[in-house]
Design a protein. Structure first.
Length: 131
């Protein structure tokens, strides 16, 4: 089961073209710093899966909502930056951040209703579950 989640995550990551870079901390007044990860998305319109616009640096869609739900559940933040299309960035840096990859796979397994709700919101067929 864990292998399938890794494959599904790799599919989503490569499809969206995002890359998690080194974490930085965002300071909140009178609280612990929130771990913040820089996420680079490619300037591609695959809406409703995802849409990124380089001119406005806006990123939206199913994957954005899924990543934001995951971040909220984990107490972390993602900062999204739109970049021009580059084939070299079509990967998720699992070697640098295996904890995030594993946590996202666990999140998807423990919260199957979130992808279903987002699929309904964006009105597209469910991704194969492999179960």
């Amino acid at each position: 089961m864990q292998v399938f989640h890794s494959i599904r995550l790799a599919f989503l990551a490569s499809f969206a073209g995002w890359l998690i870079q080194c974490p930085v901390s965002a300071a909140e007044p009178d609280s612990q710093p929130i771990p913040t990860y820089s996420v680079v998305v490619q300037d591609i319109d695959y809406y409703p899966i995802y849409k990124a616009d380089l001119a406005s640096n806006e990123y939206s869609g199913y994957l954005r909502d899924l990543m934001d739900a995951f971040a909220a559940a984990e107490g972390i933040r993602f900062e999204y930056t739109v970049r021009p299309v580059s084939l070299s960035s079509y990967h998720l840096s699992s070697a640098q951040h295996p904890d995030i990859i594993n946590a996202l796979a666990d999140f998807l397994e423990q919260n199957p209703e979130i992808p279903r709700q987002l699929q309904e919101k964006y009105r597209f067929p469910a991704l194969p579950s492999g179960d």
